[in-house]
Every structure is written in C-alpha cells, then in structure tokens.
Design a protein around this ligand. Sequence first.
Ligand code: MG
Length: 353
Amino acid sequence: MLPPIHEAILTREERTLSKFGFLSKNSKGRRVEEPPCPIRLPFQRDRDRIIHCKTFRRLTHKTQVFLAPAGDHYRTRLTHALEVSQISRTIGVALGLNEHLIEAIALGHDLGHTPFGHAGESVLNELHPGGFRHYEQSLRVVESLEKKGKGLNLTHEVRDGILHHSKGFQKLLPQDTSKLPETLEGQVVRLSDIIAYVNHDLDDAMRAGILSPNQELGDICKVLGEGNSARISTMVNDLIDGTSRQNDGTLVMSEPILEATTDLRAFLYKNVYRASRVHDDFKKAMKILRELYQFLMEEDIKLPSGEVWGADIQYPADTPRHRKVCDFISGMTDRYALDLYSTLFFPKPWSVV
Ligand code: MG
C-alpha cells in the first residue's frame, strides 16, 4: 500500500502526462529496492539525492570552457547543469513529459566531468587503461563513488539518461536510435544539453573577447536570432512545435533550425574551443593533470584521505590503483587540482623565525 500523498501525486501524474510521458509507476526501479517515500515519487527522490551529493557541489568549481575563471559571470559546470535542467523542463512540460525524470537526468548528467573541462577528459582518456568518457564516469559517480562507495541507488531511467546524454560530434537527431536514452525525457535532456552549451559558450566567448559581438556568424544569426535569449527560444520553440505536430513519440526539429544549430556547434569548435587563447590554457591544464596522474600512480605515494573529493570511498579490495587515481583526478575541482599541483611540485620558501 502506497502512502496517501504519494498515491495522490501518482494519480495526478497519470492524469496530466501525455501518452509519450514516462509514468513513474512504469519505472524498472532501483538496484536495491526501497520502501516508497511518503511524499515524493521516485524521480523526485533521485533529483534530491543528486542535489545533496558532494559531487554535485563540486561542479561549482569545475570549468565549462574557460579555465578557473576569474570573472564572476562565466558559466561553470554547475550553472551549465542548471541551464540544461531549465531548458529541458520547459520542453518537457510543453510536451507533457515527466518533468521530475527530466530534472534528475539533467542535474546528474555531467557529474563525471573532470577538472578543466574537456582538457581533463582527453588526458584521462589518454592515460587511463580503457580510456575515459565523462558520461560513463557520471554513471560511476552515482553507482559506485557517492556515499562512500555505496552509490545513490537511483532508478534505472535516470541512470540510463545520464549514460546516454552525450553526443560528441554526432548528429543532433540521429536516424539510429539505439544509442539514445530509452525515455523521451532522456532524449530531451540530451538535446537540451547542446541547446544550452552552444548558446552559453557563445555568450561566454564574447564575454572573454574570444569573439566580438559583431563576429561574422553568417546565416546562423539570421535563422536563430540575435542574442542568447532569442536563439534559445528559437531552438526550444522549434523543437516543441515540430515534435507536437509529428506526435509520434520522436523529437523533431525543422531542417533550417537543425542545420543552423549544427552550424553553430561547428563554428564554436573552430573559433572558440580550438582558438589559440583557449587551447593554450587547455595545454597547460593537460600538463598539470598528466603530471598529477603519473605522480599518483607511483606505488609508494599514499592517496589523500578524509573529506576531500570523496576519498572516503570504500573500494572493493581488488580495485586497481589506476582506477582509484582516475576517480581521484576526475573528481577534483579546478582549484583542488591547482592547489595539489603546487603543493606537490612547487618548493616552499623557508621561513625564518
Ligand atoms: Mg553537459
């Protein structure tokens, strides 16, 4: 028997979601079964577990694009997750999808990101046996690292959405749907991730002076609009409109908007992510993480313990050292990595008493 308030919210969900919305009662559940919460549905509970976990708080000090930014207004990995959540919930509510499931996936999708953004990801991918992908690490955080290694015991649908959110440089709306999240909610987050980052990275690049406000964006702005807010609205409205018209449970964007969004991503790769001013910082960040990795892999070095990064994790006895070092480095904030590097490799001045 379900608690009465829980049951009332469940009934309301059935009344309000569209036929494509994922009903909480159809969840494949958690790895370890738990009694229901008196109030919250399972996806609300997952969202709360993510918000309250330490890894989520560390996103405050992790790079989005601009490293350990001195300016107060640059996006961080945390504000990125909030923007993805806000965009995807807007789309989800308009399409009658499960807003709680969307919110949990959106807030958890980047928990596995390294310090220094994609610079960190490429170093670990190069050094860690088997490579490193942030979306797999996000899943590892919620399954095996948080809560001293016990994990957050999230529902199947949230874990699936986290694992399958990444697109890399793939098509925004691929024909082959086998690698997409199982739920439409997860697919909305996957698309909202790119809607968020192409817009806020463009805005931050102008803030940083990498691009000028008058930068030639070709036809991109003619199609998407002038300014951050207008461009997000264009993409979001187009996706809601196309998907509602088609009404078959697949996400649809019109050809011109899809093409302009894809072009904007390509423009950012060429002019921002690979711009020398950004890339030179990336190279320095990569050197720091490479040297930390090599140092920490030496057997006689004791890995830090205590209330840092989550080093209180109880690992299974047969966990190889490289796995722990990879978890340690990927869990660091930018400032933690910089502090550790200076503690390990910079000489301390003598003090005279
Ligand atoms: Mg993201």
